[in-house]
Write a protein that binds this ligand. Sequence first.
Ligand code: I24
Ligand code: DGL
Length: 271
Amino acid sequence: MVQPIGVIDSGVGGMTVAKELMRQLPKESIVYIGDTKRCPYGPRSEKEVRTFTWEMVEHLKQHDIKMLVVACNTATAFALKELKEKLDIPVLGVIEPGARAAITFSENKRIGVIGTEGTVHSGAYPEALKGIDSSIRVNSQSCPPFVPLVERNVLKGPEAERVVRETLKPLKDQNGIDTLILGCTHYPLIRNVIQREMGDHINVISSGEETAREASLILSYHHLQEQGSQPPVHKFYTTGDFDKFKKIADEWFEAPLDIFEVIELDPVEIF
Ligand code: I24
Ligand code: DGL
């Protein structure tokens, strides 16, 4: 039986991670849940994010997944540790791969992180970075206007440039970083604008690419890679509006996906 990789996200942003997984692991099947009904997670409390994340995980239990990828930075920041503890399959978030890559790239050991309020306030990136190398200095900044900007499809041009310039001004003024982690699923879509604003001397790291690389390593380590000659089957589930979800997926993947469905998540009690 083919076992898929489970991918969960607060909405459609995790499709940036799913696309990278499909590119780097073309034989693997994916089952994706986007909680678009309750998106965004960025401004929500830790308890809410943990609860919603567990609800998606409970739903995935029907799909016999062999590995879980938490594609949402905010969900990773608040729930990864407990998911790893309580699930008996490999669980990968988007924070550690991005942190590891940033440390490899940085020459001066000063790293910037941008993300949602939840991700930045959780301190998960500095924790991951310092856990790998305690001498790293981290400047973090939340960028609340970026998710709504991308979701209005403003990905370039004067408005995008203005919002990015104004939001990143404090981080830029502090100076000194040589590497910037895009700690949110949506930011790769405005990567060029961010890169131009920060300058050519800054390495910009997008966690999605790095996460897919690590997913591949984990699968080989556990001998879980798909060997078969069957084409993969990708299933995409949303808790929200079917047409809006499908439209974004069709545009983003530029290839028809196999199954789209609206699902309801059952409530779970967390402690
Ligand atoms: N990109 C994102 N979210 C949106 C959007 C977008 N609308 C245009 N683009 N809307 O995230 C979110 C709100 N919806 C989602 C579905 O349910 C109801 C609410 C980033 C997407 C990353 C794959 C711009 C856009 C697009 C297609 C591909 C990429 C992209 F339409 F940036
Ligand atoms: N997926 C979220 C993240 O990467 C961004 C959107 C949201 O706030 O839910 O943090």
